[in-house]
Design a protein around this ligand. Sequence first.
Ligand SMILES: Cc1cc2nc3c(=O)[nH]c(=O)nc-3n(C[C@H](O)[C@H](O)[C@H](O)COP(=O)(O)OP(=O)(O)OC[C@H]3O[C@@H](n4cnc5c(N)ncnc54)[C@H](O)[C@@H]3O)c2cc1C
Ligand SMILES: Cc1cc2nc3c(=O)[nH]c(=O)nc-3n(C[C@H](O)[C@H](O)[C@H](O)COP(=O)(O)O)c2cc1C
Length: 582
Amino acid sequence: MEMSPIPKTAPFADEEIDLLNRVVGTATPVQRAWLAGFLAGLDASGGTPAVHPAAPARPAEPLTIVFASESGNSEKLAGDIAKSARKNGLKPTVIDMADLDLSTLTKAKKLVFIAATWGEGDPPARAVPAYNELMGEGASRLDGVEFGVLALGDTAYAEFCAVGKKIDERLAALGGKRVIDRVDLDLEFAKPAARWVGDAVKALTPPNAGGRVIEVDFGGKPAAPAGTDIIEAEITEHVDLNSSRSDKETIHLALSFENGAPAYEPGDSLDLYPENDPAYVDELLKLAGLAGDEKLRSDFIKSRDVTTLSLKTVETYAEKTGHQYVKALIADGQAREWIAGRQLVDLIANFPIALDAEKLRALTRPLAPRAYSIASSRREVGDEAHVLISAVRYESHGRARKGVASNYIAERLKKGGRVRVKLKPNKHFALPAPDKDVIMVGPGTGVAPFRAFVQERRATEASGRSWLFFGDRTFTHDFLYQLDWQDALKDGALTRMDVAFSRDTPEKIYVQHKLWDRRAELVGWLDGGAYFYVCGDAKAMAKDVRSALVRAFADVKSLTPEAAEQAVVTLEREKRYLQDTY
Ligand SMILES: Cc1cc2nc3c(=O)[nH]c(=O)nc-3n(C[C@H](O)[C@H](O)[C@H](O)COP(=O)(O)OP(=O)(O)OC[C@H]3O[C@@H](n4cnc5c(N)ncnc54)[C@H](O)[C@@H]3O)c2cc1C
Ligand SMILES: Cc1cc2nc3c(=O)[nH]c(=O)nc-3n(C[C@H](O)[C@H](O)[C@H](O)COP(=O)(O)O)c2cc1C
């Protein structure tokens, strides 16, 4: 006779309970006796993992875990917390803030939020509607809800962990009971996050919940999903797609891999591990009086972030050197303003003081990889991966500045060179079913993933239509992948294309203007179920594109601004408005 001996209240995920029931429910008495003895023996012998022998006497306490994530770090941590909570006798539910219905929070007794900050202090794009609701006047009280917040961020940004901080304040203001203090974590978050996860689960577990706290040890190296190890690639093509008369330089890189390309999908990115400019490092060492230190020089070039100047760096400098002027800068509240547009080299040049290697090293953090959208489909390019990299160059405070990774690629790597990369999957920016229409808005390097989309749709002979909006400075000098688009229009992989070249006309025209011009057809495609993708600049473009779409809905369908906004929110909620912006 079939039975389901494991109750739904057991401290396992629903799918695990189903699996257990499939095995235990059909087991014979002999098999069950063997299993009981085996588990008891395993526990007694201290074998890992230790399992509590008796099922908890009462239903496992629910724990709601909400994550707000763009590039997956918060999402991964949410999974880690769920695992730890489950082992500790709780029953966790993980919710992407993109799908959050605020009434879930009111009903939750125990709540963990993991939130990343993007843009310039903004929530991750797909979390925006729920975030605004939570911050809005209509948010319900959360009296008695026990909560903890983990904030992810990057100290290089002025608004460090702003979103996590605001959520933490808001949950408390709505009556929630903070049972564990928030932590604000920088790019190297693995170890402190693991500590916090352990503490949070302890704080949220009622006494006698039926489990014991499992220490989480990520050992500074979170377990990578399969196929996402760092691998070395050879550069088989290194081509500047701008003309020699352009004031921009955008490099198309084709990478090949000895043991086959990582299993990427259109919409994924590659993390690229750069090296610093030796000339910059030499200047820094000279200013610090450490010019002859070859070991430090090599370490700085290969593995330390020697350009970022954060508030934390300035504070460390004041603390390590006791420099009076730097102390005064902090005490007067001027430091934040002073660091804008400056780098570590400016701090040492402006406030020189004797430094030893250890003190200088303490001002740096590990050199982080940079993400680049994959611009190819494996179905078309086989064992290669293509990326499109724009060289970041600008001037500030009288110095010429160069972006670390983009100039490592543009200036110092050549065809035949080698580079270290790691696959960064993005399941939230994937193509829909082949029969669905797609609208792709990708000015500048934002067009990269759409080259992958178009290649994929060609290779799979997808029946859905594809419409690309591209923009850059000039038609003649900056039309990235022009020939690819012409071919795709010819063979039907691309149904239509609209372009905006901002410097070809006296009045600047951008992709959002083209969206507005084509608003009737655009809304028609969306009403017919099309998916809308935006990639590229987060600061201005993505916001302008969204507001152009809201205005397009208002105009074409004679909606009030509020109803038009709601139409776009609905697209976002249905996951038909997808962004990958930076
Ligand atoms: C998911 C994702 C996908 C991406 N895809 C691509 C892609 O396909 N192609 C691409 O080229 N890039 C892409 N990027 C951006 C890329 O990761 C890097 O941020 C970019 O190449 C700059 O890196 P860098 O090391 O050269 O510059 P960094 O050394 O990191 O310097 C950049 C910093 O310099 C400062 N800065 C830049 N310009 C100015 C200015 N004008 N004035 C003052 N300060 C300035 C800013 O503080 C900025 O953060 C993507 C980013 C993400 C997150
Ligand atoms: C384009 C961009 C903008 C960012 N803006 C901020 C910011 O304003 N403040 C901050 O603390 N961190 C900022 N970050 C850092 C992210 O919050 C950090 O990488 C975090 O680990 C991402 O988590 P996620 O993968 O869950 O999205 C930014 C990162 C990128 C790539």
